[in-house]
Design a protein around this ligand. Sequence first.
Ligand SMILES: [Ca+2]
Ligand SMILES: [Ca+2]
Ligand SMILES: [Ca+2]
Length: 438
Amino acid sequence: MRMLSTVLLALMFVLSPLSATATPSTAGVPGEVIVALQPGYSFDAQGRLSGAKAQPLRLLSTQVGVFAAAPIVDNSFLLRFRSGDPAILAARFATLDGVRYAEPNYRRTLLRTPNDTIIGQQWALERIQAFEAWDITTGGDIVIAVLDTGVDAGHSDLDGKVLPGYNVFSGGGDASDDNGHGTAVSGLIAARTDNGTGIAGACWGCRILPVKVLSSAGGGNDAGVAQGMRWAVDNGARILNLSLGGPDESQTLREAVDYAEARGVLVIASSGNEQREGNLPNYPAAYDNVLAVGATGNSDVITGFSNTGDYVDLAAPGVGLWTTILGNTYGTPNGTSFSSPYVAGVAGLAYTLRGDLGPGDMRCLLTASADDKGNPGKDPEYGWGRVKCAARSPSLRRPGTGVRRQLPRNPRLSRLRTRPPAAERWQHTACLCACPTV
Ligand SMILES: [Ca+2]
Ligand SMILES: [Ca+2]
Ligand SMILES: [Ca+2]
């Protein structure tokens, strides 16, 4: 078992975006900011300030053209101003004398529960905290390659989600599914959601890049898988999902994994379903730079079939998962094949927020934010734990400002912090971890 000498503490959390390019759901109302004042300070209706040592505050108000202030509660005011980004302005206000806190006037909507007909039976979504995550992002321009039996792009819950793909058997672009496995995997990742039909996908804003590397019987080989992986990396994939494996170590496969890693592509693979049939390590899951995913049931306990071993990195739901099935229908397959896609979906959501992260950082973030299960810490059954979208962490939230100040110092965080300006945009999301060997 890999030694964990450092304390693993990772939290990915979301506060205010500092950029207009952030996901719309977290944006503040333009031209408005909420400023709460200390006792002894006040705004009048035109936004004029009174109070001792108010000069810097007054200066800033003038600079950005504050022209109105409406009281809210407890000496807090909704300020309206003419120029500037609300989040940046709030951060500046927050540093000045007389200000208790300042923050953008965030929009709220009724909390999103998509209207897909089967969603109530998709127990896994709740377990991985997908609903909470979707209040922040439902996935952006992230391409997730499914290296599998192909994908039925005509399924009504996948229609429009599937990019032109590749078929390693024919060498052509027909990546249609003649088995059903790849279609089931793809639905879990990115099924059309909130469309009044069928299921919800974990990262429903993401797109699927179908790469057919397995035959109608579900078989394939390293030559084809490696070729498919390289094709996916070269054709825009940010994540590769491999719900496939075998016990033999192979340089061909390892080099394909390294090729992806070197190009910033995260590789996720199923740990295998042979716990009772030898429980051998499966490749590519067992490579260090691949996230190996085992299967839990709906009580968050590892399944009896899920392979165990030091190489297991994460667990994810893998039993009774409603998903898209050939013939424009739905079903509930079991297996680690269907756990890996949930990790891919969670990774897609996380990449949407943290496009600046490399695969190593993303592995760190996903493993470190997982819910520890079984024996404390990393263990051979669950890896680091059952995956979840740790999209909000109330313990680290503080309205408006001070995010950085609350975070303990550690080298990895410092590294993330020093990546302006992209990282600056996402200062609300941080990976506090020290897991260099993950
Ligand atoms: Ca749907
Ligand atoms: Ca691994
Ligand atoms: Ca554990």
